[in-house]
Design a protein around this ligand. Structure first.
Ligand code: PCA
Length: 212
């Protein structure tokens, strides 16, 4: 079966939970849309996250990579269209707070997601889940890992679809942040499954021996 690498991220800043961590662990080793889900959780650490992610890609040679992260101020599921070559943020969990730093010195200004973001968004809306494409993944860790993996895939000449999806906070999280709007956890999890299904009819991959 075709492996699909699904990553979540650990809690950060004032957030005591990161729903993406629980979602990916719940979906680990499940079969969804003909894919075997391989889940990993990334640290909120500029020096380790991208490196770990690229290592996971090399280890499991996935058909596709879907990275998930929390965007606490968003009210929809937002597949990211683009990642930019900048780290500029508040502190990560290790205390790094980069200002205006390139992720890759001399690297391209940006990479487009190679996931079918429009199709994913449309599928969510058709299933009654609020979703829209986002045109900025920010300049914090999520943008960093998305840019880094797309750069690494290009360097290695690998045409593995990869991209990032930000999810809104859950109901439970909004108990502590009344300004935010929460999503039921199960709806976020369903949304991830729906998006994975949209990858089923993408071109076969070298590691897919089950299809001609
Ligand atoms: N969201 C943050 C970092 C970790 C996460 O889940 C971001 O959007 O960069």
């Amino acid at each position: 079966m075709k492996p699909l690498l699904l990553t979540g991220i650990e809690p950060f800043l004032e957030h005591r939970h990161n729903p993406t961590e629980q979602i990916v662990m719940e979906l680990d080793e499940e079969t969804i849309g003909g894919f075997e889900i391989i889940s990993r959780v990334l640290p909120v650490d500029y020096e380790r996250a991208a490196e770990m992610l690229i290592e996971y890609v090399e280890q499991c040679e996935p058909f596709a990579v879907i990275m998930l992260g929390l965007a606490a101020n968003r009210t929809k599921i937002t597949p990211e269209r683009i990642a930019i070559n900048v780290n500029d943020s508040v502190e990560d969990n290790a205390g790094h707070a980069p200002e205006d730093q390139p992720i890759v010195e001399g690297g391209p200004a940006a990479y487009f997601s190679t996931l079918p973001v429009k199709k994913m968004t449309d599928a969510l809306v058709q299933n009654g889940i609020p979703a829209e494409i986002s045109n900025t993944a920010g300049t914090y860790l999520c943008n960093n890992v998305m840019y880094s993996v797309l750069y690494a895939l290009e360097q290695r000449n690998l045409s593995i679809p990869a991209g990032f999806v930000h999810v809104p906070p859950t109901f439970e999280m909004t108990l502590h942040h009344s300004a935010h709007t929460g999503f039921p956890f199960t709806s976020i999890r369903d949304a991830i499954k729906i998006m994975i299904h949209t990858l089923s009819d993408l071109e076969g991959h070298a590691h897919d021996h089950s299809k001609s």
